[in-house]
Write a protein that binds this ligand. Sequence first.
Ligand SMILES: Cc1cc2nc3c(=O)[nH]c(=O)nc-3n(C[C@H](O)[C@H](O)[C@H](O)COP(=O)(O)OP(=O)(O)OC[C@H]3O[C@@H](n4cnc5c(N)ncnc54)[C@H](O)[C@@H]3O)c2cc1C
Length: 362
Amino acid sequence: MSPESRKKTVPRTHSAPTPRRVAVIGAGIAGIACARTLVQAGHNVTVFEKSSGAGGRMATRNSEFGGFDHGTQYFTVRDARFEKALSTSGALVRPWSANTVRILDELGRVVASSLPPKEAHWVAAPGMNALVRHWAQPLVDAHAIAFETHVTRIEADKLKPGCWQLQAEGPGADSLVHSGFDTVVMAMPSAQAQALLLSSQQAKPLVAAMGKVAVAPCWTLMLAFPQAAQPNLYHLGPHWNAARSTHHRIAWLARESSKPGRGPMERWTVQASPEWSERHLEDDAARVKDKLLKAFTEVTGIRAEPPYAEVHRWRYAQTTQPLGKSHLWDAKSGIGACGDWCLGHRVEDGFISGLEMALAIC
Ligand SMILES: Cc1cc2nc3c(=O)[nH]c(=O)nc-3n(C[C@H](O)[C@H](O)[C@H](O)COP(=O)(O)OP(=O)(O)OC[C@H]3O[C@@H](n4cnc5c(N)ncnc54)[C@H](O)[C@@H]3O)c2cc1C
């Protein structure tokens, strides 16, 4: 058989998939990894994000004294697919070689023991939110992200049978309806996805699966000490830049100014332990600030009054019991869910989950 005739008789076994119209709810790393992969596969995607920018818990708080990574502190890279995606980000992703210590005594003071890093620690510069914002930019340019749009309900499309529409509160709390989606992906913490499905009375098997996931909260304290910027006084307090702590209130401390690409002003980010955060979840922010500030002084010995001290409560911070698979997908209804909680508690888990969610849809 000549190559010509073979060409005519071999049947086409693969046809290009029909482009779907997909709504991705959430512009954290999982949502953006999912949306980008779907767009690359030829689908028509709109991302809905309740805050004013992309990044989610890879967050940066700006202040007059410089920025704070008040969510993710750093990330690690174990999966070749994440490594490949990061390689396209140029100088935006930088290694952070913090001299990290473990704090051991009863009061939570450093007894010594430096913690040699088991694997490289990476940060985005100039702030942690820069990486997801960079990856989201092509979607922003294509007007494919609606910011300040809080999705409150997923329901059957009133005009297009078999499709979904989203009820949302837009900028200025205007009620909006976005319609005509074949597929809806929730890329947000499991409890928020579960609540959205419950209020929408949709996808009961997904709701049940999410019930097994547990996520701990985290109160975070941000401090700036501009008084440290004096001649011969480069920084205040300890010589370490990051610490894992056994203090009854504090689990982690990091000197923001030790991270690459940040300003030199002395700034600290302090995370309360999951147990303490849980116990004080509904406390008044001013009270939490006072208690964490006191603990910070005990751990670091820094007694100077910080002109900037703010707290942030993460109701859903780090997964303690993951789902155990990369995503949830109900092909019949066209509803899926992804996020770090599917696989673990790390940034990379969010990325892999979003990527595999998109591949499942494709
Ligand atoms: C304090 C803290 C410290 C951490 N430290 C580290 C660390 O050192 N290393 C590490 O690897 N990981 C760390 N993590 C975890 C890491 O931040 C997460 O694994 C990762 O950012 C999760 O990404 P995600 O896309 O799954 O979810 P998210 O980043 O939470 O994104 C979800 C997005 O959905 C949006 N959203 C939610 N509901 C709606 C709705 N109804 N409508 C519209 N938008 C909605 C949210 O605004 C958000 O932007 C930390 C997290 C916290 C909070």
